[in-house]
Design a protein around this ligand. Structure first.
Ligand SMILES: NC(=O)c1ccc[n+]([C@@H]2O[C@H](COP(=O)([O-])OP(=O)(O)OC[C@H]3O[C@@H](n4cnc5c(N)ncnc54)[C@H](O)[C@@H]3O)[C@@H](O)[C@H]2O)c1
Ligand SMILES: N[C@@H](CCC=O)C(=O)O
Length: 551
């Protein structure tokens, strides 16, 4: 029965759908959206939201209560949630496995309609303002940064995944006079584990929902600092009609979750976004358990970066200054794509530093995101604060680096790090190689005549290859440089900053140790969570075992 259903999906069901990117709301003074967001911000500030684990649609609590605080005011508790222990994680896995085949048998249009409904709910101010407000409060984003992430990107992921599936379903294999051939998409037997980062609300929603759309059941571990916004996504999906037990919501300690899922015989895939270090750990644990699985688990991981701005002497100075300010310091450099190494020709260095300092000194408000003219706020938590401060202290003591501007760190109220501009005289300095994931950018000034060598250096300096930008107004040199840096990034920008990818405009993901490069927001991502089935239906009898040549 189940197999028949898959075949039917392949041959007779069709899915026609095209979409556009969700427009970004502007949050102007007195606009509807600003009034609504202020109301919801107040509501969340005045209470502590309690967030359970959810398995098969039922709430579970443990005694391991955790607190989500405001990064910019760490005495203020925003939400309380509990960590699932290993037994609860296992229960979530068992239920997910049990529900998988029934869910996979639901026709693709029905599944698509649930996620399209979820996108419409998220686009409406009622839920949109909750997504945006919880991201501002819990993850410390300004209203603009929260809007492009928690609203627009999430909505786009949901809608474009349906469009990508519709395009793929247009393909059918060649049939002949003798045989009908068809091709269809099944979810993976077992369960998919989704492990998401703190820095993009949309990524949490996407990691959990893309496999579900493809007929999988999912056990989702959100990041600690994003629990409230991710719980809101769960509630939207519930209201959109996602049946209970398709996505299990289990906040938990990373190691407990990682160990339990990788020890499960039923692990079908891990979809992960976070640091390269954590992804390597998960990969090792999968390798340790390889003899216990019923399939080869798919490992999809989008990881860290050491993203570059390579500036040619012909570059437009205003573009590189504004682009570097935005890429390196928006959301305090906590985007995987944030620029954190700059290669600057000596001929532009005085002007670049002078313009950067003018902006950094007097035009960037570093404050609570609840003030709408704030440029950026605190970093996410104490661990991040300590790690970023350690890099700044390292630069302070280093004989081959100097702080040009910034460097102040203050954690008395929130985890505040001042946007910091550093110059390194060694192009292989630690700060030119390692991901810092904070508002710190390091510049290496090169002799204009050595541009050619610098291109090699950009390519070889880091094991990461996530994003990078080339700023150059000479078209021939720009194209040559682009061709030499094709392996240095998964997302390469020409005369634009290295952040700000948009779903289906710049499908996103990095090469080398930045991840498996499955390109979230692009046409292929969802198929990592599908096991296609090809069926040949023979219409004529086989009347002899002999080939013509044998007669
Ligand atoms: N390439 C991308 O698309 C992309 C997007 C966003 C963030 N990132 C990267 O994410 C990192 C920042 O996010 P983060 O601090 O949340 O990363 P992280 O690796 O610390 O955590 C990511 C997730 O993994 C969980 N985790 C930690 N240890 C685990 C373990 N042993 N087993 C299972 N789960 C475990 C965490 O709790 C969290 O949910 C940066 O390196 C950034 O570049 C990459
Ligand atoms: N889509 C984001 C990157 C996500 C990683 O944190 C950007 O390009 O700014």
């Amino acid at each position: 029965m189940y197999r028949l259903c898959v075949h039917r999906c392949a041959s007779t069901f069709s899915l026609r759908y095209t979409t556009k990117n969700e427009p970004i709301l502007e949050y102007r003074r007195n606009s509807n959206e600003i009034q609504q967001i202020q109301k919801i911000l107040e509501e969340y500030k005045l209470k502590v939201t309690r967030i359970p684990c959810i398995i098969d649609g039922k709430e579970f609590w443990t005694n391991d209560i955790q607190k989500q605080v405001l990064p910019f005011d760490h005495h203020h508790v925003l939400a309380e949630y509990c960590y699932a222990n290993k037994e609860i994680i296992q229960k979530a896995i068992d239920r997910a496995v049990k529900n998988q085949s029934t869910w996979d048998a639901v026709p693709i249009e029905q599944r698509a309609n649930i996620f399209l409904k979820a996108a419409d709910l998220a686009a409406d101010l009622k839920w949109r303002s909750r997504l945006v407000a919880s991201t501002m409060l819990g993850q410390g984003k300004t209203v603009f940064q929260a809007e492009i992430d928690a609203a627009c990107e999430l909505i786009d992921f949901w809608r474009f995944n349906v469009q990508h599936m519709a395009s793929a379903m247009a393909y059918q294999p060649t049939s002949t006079q003798d045989s009908d051939n068809s091709y269809g998409y099944r979810g993976l037997e077992g369960f998919v584990a989704a492990i998401s980062p703190f820095n993009f609300t949309a990524i949490g929603g996407h990691l959990a929902s893309a496999p579900a759309f493809m007929g999988n059941t999912v056990v989702w571990k959100p990041a600690d600092a994003a629990v409230l916004s991710n719980y809101i996504i769960y509630k939207i999906l519930e209201e959109a009609g996602l049946p209970p037990g398709i996505i299990q919501f289990v906040p938990s300690k990373g190691e407990d979750f990682g160990r339990t899922i990788t020890q499960s015989h039923d692990l079908a895939a891990i979809t992960f976004t976070g640091s390269t270090k954590t992804f390597k750990t998960l990969w090792k644990w999968v390798a340790e358990n390889i003899d216990h699985y019923r399939t080869f688990p798919r490992l999809v991981g989008e990881c860290g970066g050491k993203n570059f701005h390579l500036i040619h002497p012909s570059a437009d100075i205003t573009t590189i200054v504004n682009g570097t300010i935005r890429s390196a310091f928006e959301y305090s450099g906590q985007k995987c794509s944030a620029c954190s190494r700059v290669y600057l020709p000596r001929s532009l260095s005085n002007e670049f530093y002078s313009q950067m300092k003018t902006i950094m000194e007097s035009q960037l408000r570093i404050d609570t995101p609840l003030k709408f003219d704030t440029f950026t706020s605190a970093v996410i938590d104490r661990n991040s604060f300590n790690r970023i401060k350690m890099y700044i202290d390292y630069a302070r003591k280093s004989s081959s680096a100097k702080i040009i501007f910034g460097g102040e760190c203050n954690d008395s109220v929130g985890f505040y790090i001042q946007p910091t501009l550093i110059e390194a005289t060694d192009p292989n300095h630690k700060l030119m190689q390692e991901e810092i994931f904070g508002p710190v950018v390091t510049v290496y000034v090169y002799d204009d005549k050595k541009y050619d060598k610098i291109v090699n250096l950009v390519n070889q300096t880091s094991n990461y290859a996530l994003t990078g930008s080339i700023f150059c107004q000479d078209k021939t040199i720009l194209e040559k440089t682009r061709d030499r840096l094709v392996n240095a990034a998964g997302n390469l920008y020409l005369n634009d900053k290295s952040t700000g990818s948009v779903v289906n405009q710049q499908p996103f993901g990095g090469a080398r140790l930045s991840g498996t490069n499955d390109k979230a927001g692009g046409p292929h991502y969802i198929f990592r969570f599908s096991s296609p089935l090809a069926i040949k239906n023979m219409k004529v009898p086989l009347t002899t075992f002999k080939h013509v040549s044998m007669e």
